[in-house]
Design a protein around this ligand. Structure first.
Ligand code: UDP
Length: 239
């Protein structure tokens, strides 16, 4: 059964924990299956850009418990996202689509520099664009970068793919059996309830620029295509 493709250009955020399958490093089975889903969506004609997280390697805030300075720890975190970007690139090319990695920290041997207009040109040619190294700036998260990149390349929606959680809940559903899922939320509700699935900087950037965000479960096969088709899976955060 053919579902209607609602979006022409999307920004897909993949959190790092997805790549590791809950562990440190890259889980090839998980990344290969996500790559196959992305490739199908790209082949169907939707322009897809991806921002990858790095939580399967390092999170700067957690590294500071070792005594490291936050800014250096954050650079380590950003470099982890580049490793995920290269892994995703490889699996997506094996799945038969053209890809480009653009890094916010220059490393010409493995990635193009972040050049937004070139990224848009890649998208128009049907290439998947993977944004690595976050913003290149400490004290930011890849969620915030995902909102920023979505805005800069003119994506119609930010699709936040989460590991094993099918949307935004009033409290952590893995810790509380009575947690309630929101189908829809306004930006202001999200911020005043201090919900933890994305950081407040990302949500307020989206609010100030009217960017819709959909939180959905990446662990269900086919969900990337469903989110791209505009099916009401997960939680929609909007005005
Ligand atoms: N990071 C950063 N600036 C950015 C994006 C990321 O300093 O613009 C660092 C930060 O230390 C963060 C780590 O990279 O903890 C990994 O990113 P994130 O925690 O957002 O990954 P996710 O939770 O999505 O796996």
């Amino acid at each position: 059964e053919e579902s209607q493709v609602a979006y022409q250009r999307v920004l897909l955020k993949l959190s790092g924990e997805v790549f590791g399958g809950g562990k440190l490093g890259v889980d090839p089975v998980v990344v290969a299956s996500i790559a196959k889903e992305i490739a199908e969506v790209v082949r169907s004609g939707t322009q897809v850009a991806v921002v990858v997280g790095g939580g399967n390697y390092f999170r700067g805030a957690e590294l500071t418990t070792t005594g490291m300075a936050r800014d250096r720890a954050d650079y380590m975190g950003m470099l982890g996202t580049v490793m995920n970007s290269i892994a995703l690139q490889d699996f997506c090319e094996k799945a038969g689509i053209e890809t480009r990695v653009q890094s916010a920290i220059n490393m010409a041997q493995v990635a193009e520099p972040y050049i937004p207009r070139r990224a848009e040109r890649h998208l128009e040619k049907g290439r998947l664009v993977i944004f690595g190294a976050g913003s290149g700036m400490p004290y930011f998260s890849t969620d915030t970068v995902a909102a920023q990149r979505a805005l800069e390349i003119g994506a119609e929606v930010l699709l936040m793919g989460k590991q094993g959680v099918d949307g935004v809940y009033n409290k952590d559903p893995q810790a509380h059996a009575d947690a309630v899922k929101f189908e829809n939320l306004t930006y202001d509700q999200f911020l005043t309830e201090d919900l933890k699935v994305a950081d407040a900087t990302a949500i307020s950037l989206a609010r100030d620029n009217d960017l819709n965000i959909v939180f959905f479960n990446l662990s269900v096969p086919g969900n990337i295509a469903r989110a791209v088709a505009g099916e009401p899976i997960g939680t929609l955060v909007s005005r």
